[in-house]
Write a protein that binds this ligand. Structure first.
Ligand SMILES: [Zn+2]
Length: 475
């Protein structure tokens, strides 16, 4: 059976006239945003696709997805789902459709040895081009730049993913980076949390050497305001943070200080992120930590792709990612990768293997695992780092449908958005990725993104990518 790619203009006009007014709250798109749009009819049919729906269900062939007014109106076998009369029908034989991906460890900044810049333009376009329709920033160096970007995207003025903002990094009184908000007292923590809540942050991110008392006060205040808290921890261990009520932990195995010998309360030991190389993943101590965290419903964010760039022999970037960087940023990233590959490296191979094994054990124990890219000066970039996360989750041993679920439904669940997005399910927002190929058979096909739908509007991935070549490290 063949279906024409497009019906006539006359029929499309009829479909628009016959459709109810768009239910989506999306405002009109600016000319800038519109230049990346390939499909914005109120009713759209994606025909003959292979479907990985984000729930972990088996791959289904010969599927039809109908988008109506920004929502998924129908999903099912080609033979069963009726094609609405007059709607544009895209014959997508040979493609795979995934739910829009969700990145829980986004940053708007790009920090390398040549300095700190904001990816105010390049970041959102790369995320969207890579199939990421929702991001949560996990610490900002210029949080107002993130808030302004989010407004531009929400108002249709710029292309990009739906953003959840986490405000500035929260830290302890030590000597953390100067852009961190250093918190010394519980009162101060409550005031800062409430302030960022009033400014639109829905998450907060701890980093470094905060005390348990201050973190506990911040978590309590955040929850009072309906906000959630995550952390790249050191001075507070995973178990301690879980007891304090933290919602999410970044990076997994490598950052947990529960197993650091002789650790002092509220102190960040320099042994952390190194000692884990000698910790047995299959051990009662690790299992006991996993079980306590799972029982307390703490979610974990996998960031394998960024850590791989610190592993000797594994630290490399594809040319497609390198060309997105400005010359100075690219040279700095390449120098860092060369240093890693020449030396012992910050993350030994055996530690990286343990990080992957830990994530399998975490999920096997019922833990909620999501993923994020953690863009960084070594060249971990939006989209490209997310693609690599998918490949690494599959390499770690997750079935491809589960790797998709980790990067979509699980992220949505952590963000409290699973009722709206994260799976290809009738009634949800039409956040969809169309891939030329089959990432369920060849993980690398995840890189072949053709179109990305956000709220039912289809964007051209290649055009978004082309528009920001050489821009990372500048804007
Ligand atoms: Zn980060």
């Amino acid at each position: 059976m063949t279906i024409s790619i497009r019906t006539t203009v006359a029929l499309m006009a009829l479909a628009i006239a016959a459709s109810p007014a768009p239910a989506q709250s999306s405002p009109p798109l600016s000319p800038l945003t519109r230049q990346f749009v390939v499909e914005d009819h109120p009713v759209v049919v994606l025909r003959h696709v292979r479907l990985m729906d984000g729930t972990g269900a088996p791959v289904r062939d010969n599927q039809t997805v109908v988008i109506r007014n920004g929502r998924i109106a129908a999903v099912g076998d080609d033979a069963i789902v009726p094609v609405p009369e007059g709607a544009p029908v895209h014959d997508l034989t040979g493609t795979t459709v995934l739910p829009g991906l969700i990145d829980l460890h986004a940053h708007q900044y790009f920090y390398s040895s040549v300095g700190m810049t904001q990816m105010s333009v390049s970041g959102p376009r790369l995320y969207l081009a890579g199939g990421i329709t929702t991001v949560r920033t996990a610490g900002g160096q210029m949080p107002y730049d993130e808030i302004n970007t989010k407004r531009d995207i929400d108002r249709g003025n710029a292309p990009g993913p739906r953003m959840m903002i986490s405000g500035p990094y929260l830290d302890g009184p030590g000597r953390g980076p100067g852009h961190n908000r250093r918190l010394e007292t519980e009162d101060e923590a409550r005031r800062v949390v409430a302030y960022w809540g009033s400014e639109g942050a829905t998450w907060l991110k701890f980093q470094g050497s905060v005390s348990r008392a201050v973190m506990g006060a911040a978590i309590d205040e955040a929850h009072k305001h309906g906000m959630k808290v995550t952390g790249h921890l050191c001075s507070v261990s995973f178990r301690e943070a879980a007891t304090l009520g933290i919602d999410n932990l970044e990076h997994g195995f490598i950052t947990n200080s529960d197993w650091v010998p002789d650790r002092q309360p509220d102190q960040c030991s320099p042994k952390n992120m190194r000692i884990q190389a000698d910790v047995a993943v299959e051990s009662p101590a690790v299992d006991s930590t996993i079980h306590e965290l799972v029982a307390r419903h703490v979610a974990l964010t996998s960031t394998l792709s960024v850590y791989e760039l610190f592993v000797p022999g594994r630290a490399r970037l594809p040319e497609e990612a390198l060309v997105m960087m400005a010359p100075a940023a690219r040279a700095a990233a390449q120098a860092e990768l060369d240093t890693t590959n020449a030396g012992p490296g910050f993350v030994p191979v055996r530690l990286f293997d343990k990080m992957m094994k830990f994530e399998r054990r975490w999920v096997a124990a019922g833990g909620l695992l999501a993923a994020g890219v953690d863009p960084w000066g070594t060249g971990s970039l939006p989209a490209f780092g997310d693609y690599r996360n998918y490949e690494l989750l599959v390499e770690a041993g997750f079935p491809p449908v589960d790797a998709v679920k980790i990067m979509s439904a699980n992220g949505a669940q952590v963000l409290g958005l699973l009722g709206q997005t994260g799976t290809v399910t009738v009634g949800k927002r039409a956040d969809l990725v169309v891939i030329d190929g089959d990432p369920s058979h060849s993980a690398g096909d995840i890189r072949k993104v053709r179109w990305v739908f956000k709220d039912g509007i289809g964007y051209d991935s290649a055009k978004l990518m082309a528009s920001v070549r050489g821009m990372v490290g500048i804007q």
